[in-house]
Design a protein around this ligand. Sequence first.
Ligand code: AMP
Ligand code: ZN
Length: 115
Amino acid sequence: MPQECIFCKISAKEIPVPVIYEDEYIIAFPDIKPAAPVHVLVIPKKHIANLLELTSDDIMLMGHVLSTIPKIATKLGLAEDGFRLVVNTKDNGGQTVHHLHWHILGGRFMTWPPG
Ligand code: AMP
Ligand code: ZN
């Protein structure tokens, strides 16, 4: 893992976070700077910098992430009104932490297009 990757440190429990969901492959925790009433990040424990770095080895992991996110969203109370799922990718996408992550945003109406 890259030594300075903050999300690797979170998945290795070197930085404590309030864990919302965790299993062998992924961990979900609140965003430190919430952009919505509910703002949770879901990360793979494995370091992958962004979507462009995925390989065929990650296919099962990606299926696991996407099939678990609705369960996490339901646990967060977002199933009835819905939510937004965001994966910022590299500079133009607004990615600031270079460890792949999904933002689950909910608790208010999300405008479109995003800024
Ligand atoms: P992105 O801009 O898509 O790379 O998203 C990175 C997100 O990580 C931002 O929304 C930050 O607020 C969030 N973040 C950074 N450090 C932490 C941390 N220690 N705990 C929780 N969220 C964090
Ligand atoms: Zn990492």
